[in-house]
Design a protein around this ligand. Structure first.
Ligand SMILES: [Mg+2]
Length: 183
């Protein structure tokens, strides 16, 4: 029997989970946005899948490698664990057509605004597309979501208040639940 489809939140990384300091990739550069940890903990408690979809063109540009991206993601998980929060999966697009590392210097559907990472996650995880959303801070995030057939929410880059946005979305989700007519 397959696992029941779950509500799912796709998160952009830089500017949403961590402060976008410009190609951040060293664990010592990691600074979470003010409410990322409580927001993700709230989603975990609500039974949502939490999946990161992040463009990392710094890999194509030769600034750092995929192992560095993995180390940065491990640091994010460690920091979140201090707040009982956890990300279920990270999807990374290391591509950029103007890159210098040949195997990543290409156009690729995974690179947002392409929908590739979201569609891969939908194939890999029991995502309920009718209870899914993407939170991002750029137009390319929103476009990727639309092209994958899910709604998106643009966070203000001033406040980056992920928890406020997540709380509203969860309330709407609960309000939209099908009423129990069986009694
Ligand atoms: Mg971003």
């Amino acid at each position: 029997m397959t696992e029941a489809a779950r509500p799912t939140v796709f998160l952009d990384r830089d500017g949403v989970i961590n402060v976008d300091t410009g190609y951040p990739h060293r664990p010592e550069e990691l600074a979470l946005t003010p409410t990322a940890a409580p927001a993700i903990a709230r989603l975990n408690r609500a039974g949502c899948l939490v999946i990161v979809v992040t463009n990392q063109s710094g890999v194509a540009r030769g600034m750092f490698d995929l192992a560095a991206v993995d180390r940065f993601h491990a640091a994010i998980q460690e920091r979140l664990a201090e707040h009982a929060a956890r990300i279920d999966a990270f999807y990374v697009a290391p591509y950029h057509p103007a890159g210098t590392v040949a195997r990543f210097a290409i156009e690729h559907p995974d690179r947002k605004p392409g929908p590739g990472m979201i569609l891969s996650a939908m194939a890999d995880w029991p995502v309920d597309p009718n209870r899914a959303i993407l939170f991002g801070d750029k137009g390319s995030d929103l476009e990727a979501a639309v092209r994958a057939g899910i709604p998106a929410w643009l966070l203000s880059s001033d406040t980056c208040d992920l928890d406020a946005a997540v709380s509203v979305w969860l309330e709407r989700l609960a309000g939209a639940a099908v009423p129990d007519n069986t009694r």
